[in-house]
Write a protein that binds this ligand. Structure first.
Ligand code: ATP
Length: 238
């Protein structure tokens, strides 16, 4: 069903949070060289899908499978998946709230062999390094810090959740450069980006656009699908 070129395969995934079914029968495949944009209305389950792929424990896999680089990772821990090279915007555990940004980046760089100053310069966050993670950042500052934590993981495949939301027109160029950098460090030259806006597509052309509605991926196509969404919305795709 899937080709040997596939880097990530999500096969008929059903996800529950508590008693609620949030993802129903979701399929997604990412091949070498794929720049995948995942779009969909609010509450469709896009963030949940990314978090289930990375393996955050509250997202229970009820059925279906996830394969990364040919290996079935459905039952593997988040730590294992990250060690294999999957990366999602860093989710700060509550016990680390209050830790300085520089300490979090240093910790990630120690593992991956990156350079905190280089990454901080790239994202323009040098002046934020000594502030506490999770406290009082503007939306745009937070996005740049999140992108820095993702770059610091040097993931083989980055899953990027709404990098362009709440980001001003000047900062979007910084975010776009970081995304290009993530594609460069990916041995597959692949990435998955959840986005709501056309803003990012002005700079980065998707090779594949997928539409998620009510917990399942309804359609995938080429970048022309973006025009359809921005002209007609998601109504006709349900
Ligand atoms: N921790 C949680 N507990 C209960 N319900 C949750 C939880 N996380 C997500 N959900 C629910 O799962 C559904 C999908 O949410 P999700 O955040 O994945 O959607 P989304 O497509 O990313 O939306 P948006 O575009 O608004 O960011 C929503 O109905 C949401 O309320």
């Amino acid at each position: 069903m899937y080709s040997s070129d596939d880097v990530l395969v999500v096969d008929r995934l059903k996800i529950g949070i508590g008693d609620k079914i949030v993802i129903e029968d979701a399929n997604l495949s990412v091949s070498r060289g794929d720049i995948v944009f995942l779009l969909g209305p609010n509450g469709a389950g896009k963030s949940t899908l990314l978090r289930a792929i990375i393996g955050l424990p509250i997202y229970r896999i009820l059925s279906g499978d996830i394969y990364f680089n040919g290996e079935r990772i459905t039952d593997k821990s988040m730590e294992y998946r990250v060690s294999r090279g999957l990366g999602l915007t860093y989710q700060i555990p509550p016990k680390l709230l209050g830790v300085r940004v520089v300490d979090i980046l240093s910790n990630l760089c120690k593992r991956s062999g990156c350079n905190v100053s280089e990454i901080s310069n790239e994202l323009g966050i040098m002046h934020l390094l000594n502030r506490e993670f999770g406290k009082g950042f503007s939306g745009g500052e937070l996005k740049r810090i999140e992108m820095a934590t993702l770059l610091a993981q040097k993931p083989r495949l980055a899953l990027v959740d709404e990098p362009d939301s709440g980001v001003d027109i000047d900062s979007i160029e910084i975010i776009v450069k970081a995304i290009e950098h993530l594609i460069e460090v990916s041995p597959y030259r692949s990435i998955v980006i959840v986005t709501h806006t056309a803003l990012i597509s002005k700079y980065i052309r998707p090779t594949k656009v997928c539409i998620m509605i009510s917990g399942s991926v309804r359609r995938c196509g080429d970048e022309d699908l973006l025009d359809e969404v921005f002209s007609h919305g998601f109504k006709n795709m349900a």
